[in-house]
Design a protein around this ligand. Structure first.
Ligand code: DLL
Length: 428
């Protein structure tokens, strides 16, 4: 079942639409954003050179730093009088990235969010609890508008206040919960402490995103809450949530709404465009944004693209689940380690809970990799033998041996009730 027929458009029709919109977007950016005028002039590209999406690789990339350098409104392509809403993404250092929407942009966002929720299985008669944070973060209001556009009922709980979230799930019998993957686990745990098993509640779907997670983590969530967990992806610079989502039918890659966002996958080091199926950094170009057109944005997120028609019938290209970012890479004593590798190992073991932290330190000019992981509530065996088991598994996957591995009791590792979870702490 499809929300909008564009989701099943032929590649030819889609590319015609994308080409027309790309031409408009490049001209709009060139005419109204000094940053783009200079970047295009420097690259020797005129908007008139862009005839179709095949010409996109001649355009320069936009990077995170460009947003910071142009803080707060240097990337805006419309006057403030036309700006209807502002969001901002905080980041860990420096100024936030401020993003703007015209009334028309907000309409597109509502539309792609409604489309996304529909693909996830949400229908008009559903009660949808929205536990993404409201405010400058795009999660709360992005979901809120989409749920309403679809005609479902939104419960705007926002982030945190877990006791009330659980009451609402129980008393209002929410069908769908929208929140980060880490919060799903936190909620299940908090409910259990109150003697409530979320699996017994009517909740059937969670729409999870805003943080990377691996397949074993998703299985853990589906099991703990007794739900289907659908992966939703997006970023503030492009629009917010709603760039892509898995369909509940196949759960096999996230459909990118290509009539509004043009994807490419590039080699993160050279910037060279990679062939279909190869893993690289996702680069996105907005095709309809008015307040903030963005050309070839280096998202930092690692994924693949698959143009095969999905078994759900949608032709919209699918991106792979994002398990990490290009800059997640940890270099420990010269060896590459990705946090997702560690997560996969930890979650493969039944005795281990899905809560872990990674600490990196430097001692006597040597890197130290320290891991802490909780054992499951039901695990009553010896900590030492479990430690040996986890260590052996980690060593078979990682090219570097962790310097310490602590197995701690359930609840020892700090939980994130609001916002995005942090699992890696680099003290070097
Ligand atoms: O996190 C938008 C969002 C809200 C997406 C709610 C999904 C649900 P930002 O705060 O700008 O926007 O962060 C964007 O978060 O570049 C990815 O690194 C990461 N991210 C978002 N969704 C996923 C996902 C929102 N499904 C950054 N899987 C992105 C993995 C994700 N990482």
């Amino acid at each position: 079942m499809i929300y909008d027929e564009v989701e099943t458009a032929s590649r030819e029709d889609l590319e015609d639409l994308q080409s027309e919109r790309l031409r408009e977007t490049v001209a709009h950016a060139y005419d109204h954003v000094e940053y783009y005028r200079e970047a295009l002039d420097e690259a020797g590209v005129s908007p008139d050179d862009i005839e179709s999406v095949d010409d996109i690789s001649s355009l320069p990339f936009t990077k995170k730093e460009d947003f910071r350098d142009e803080y707060p409104d240097g990337m805006f392509a419309v006057d403030w009088a036309e700006v209807n809403r502002i969001h901002a993404s905080s980041g860990t250092t420096g100024k936030p990235k401020v993003v703007a929407y015209t009334d028309e942009d907000l309409g597109v966002w509502r539309e792609v969010m409604a489309r996304s929720l529909y693909a996830a299985g949400v229908r008009e008669d559903h009660v949808v609890q929205n536990a993404y944070g409201y405010g400058l973060f795009t999660g709360g209001l992005g979901f809120h508008d989409g749920i309403q556009e679809l005609g479902a009922c939104v419960i705007p709980t926002g982030g945190g206040n877990t006791a009330r979230q659980i009451d609402m799930l129980q008393d209002l019998e929410s069908d769908v919960l929208c929140c980060t993957p880490s919060y799903c686990l936190y909620l299940a745990e908090a409910a259990e402490k109150r003697g409530i098993d979320v699996r017994d509640l009517p909740l059937s779907t969670v729409v999870i995103g805003a943080e990377p997670f691996t397949d074993p983590m998703r299985e853990e969530i589906e099991e703990a809450l007794g739900v289907t967990a659908v992966d939703v992806y997006g970023l503030s610079e492009i629009i917010g949530p709603g760039v892509s989502i898995e369909c509940a039918d196949a759960q096999d890659g996230l459909h990118i709404w290509e009539d509004h966002f043009y994807p490419e996958v590039v080699d993160p080091t050279t910037g060279e465009v990679l062939p279909e199926g190869e893993e690289g950094e996702l680069v996105l170009t907005t095709l309809s944004k008015q307040a903030l057109p963005v050309l070839r944005y280096r998202t930092g997120d690692m994924t693949t693209l698959n143009y095969e028609t999905c078994e759900c019938g949608r032709t919209a290209v699918r991106m792979g689940n994002v398990t990490g970012r290009a800059d997640d890479l940890l270099i420990v004593r010269g060896v590459n380690v990705y946090p997702s590798q560690i997560e996969e190992v930890m979650l493969e073991l039944d005795e281990v809970a899905p809560h872990y932290r990674i600490d990196l330190r430097r001692e006597d000019s040597l890197d130290r990799l320290e891991l802490t992981v909780e054992h499951h509530e039901e695990y009553h065996g010896s900590t030492e033998s479990l430690r040996e088991e986890v260590q052996a598994k980690l060593e078979s996957v990682l090219d570097v041996k962790p310097d310490s591995l602590d197995i701690v009791p359930p609840g020892e590792i700090g939980r994130t009730e609001v916002g995005k979870v942090q699992r890696v702490f680099d003290h070097r």
